[in-house]
Ligand binder design. Structure first.
Ligand code: MN
Length: 209
């Protein structure tokens, strides 16, 4: 019985826990938002992936593999959307941390200055990109080879399918901020960039890129 149960678990992907308590990002992002966003939205994407891969050759594969295997396939759009959103959300939780924001360490700061001119110029471009993404989507700091770029993606789209290495993500779907900021996406984005960005996570991602 234990073996069967273990096999069943191994064939599905799981909802990763938040890397901090639900109230840890308040007041920038409330516990109520994190409760819905992680416990309902993120969970729903994970549950749907498990439903869609059941009995297929993607059962038992890693989430990243499921994302890449379904990307650009017209018969796997629903799976791609749910798998990419599951991946994006785990990446987003790690892109934030309590008492984050500020400036990155030396190696990343040098890359930021080379790519954008200054930390303030980086912040302005990241903010503008996140605010101007029309409708649901994401803003990303990515490594493109040796240089850094800021990009936006619509809906569930993500840098992995474009050969870019994500360093940080900001979720700009309304569910990410509506309970706390209503329609004021610029206020949410500015607060996240100033107070929550996890530069240690970005540096780890850069080292792996
Ligand atoms: Mn979201």
């Amino acid at each position: 019985m234990a073996t069967l149960a273990a096999q069943k678990i191994a064939k599905s992907i799981s909802l990763p826990p938040l890397p901090y308590p639900e109230d840890a990002l308040a007041p920038v992002i409330s516990a109520r938002t994190l409760s819905f966003h992680h416990g309902k939205h993120h969970k729903a994407y994970v549950d749907k992936v498990n439903e869609l891969i059941q009995g297929t050759d993607l059962e038992g594969q890693s989430l990243e593999k499921i994302v890449m295997a379904s990307a650009g396939k017209s018969d796997k759009t629903e799976l791609f959307n749910d798998a990419a959103q599951a991946w994006n959300h785990d990446f987003y939780w790690h892109s934030l941390k309590p008492k984050g924001g500020g400036k990155p360490g030396a190696a990343l700061a040098e890359k930021i200055n080379a790519a954008f001119g200054s930390h303030d110029a980086f912040k302005k471009q990241f903010t503008d990109t996140a605010v101007k993404q029309f409708g649901s989507g994401w803003a990303w700091l990515v490594a493109d080879g040796h240089s850094l770029k800021i990009i936006k993606t619509s809906n569930a789209e993500l840098p992995l399918t474009k050969g870019l290495a994500p360093l940080l993500a900001i979720d700009v779907w309304e569910h990410a901020y509506y309970l706390d900021y209503q329609n004021k996406r610029p206020d949410y984005v500015a607060a996240v960039i100033d107070k929550l960005l996890n530069w240690e996570f970005a540096a780890q991602n850069l080292a792996r890129a």
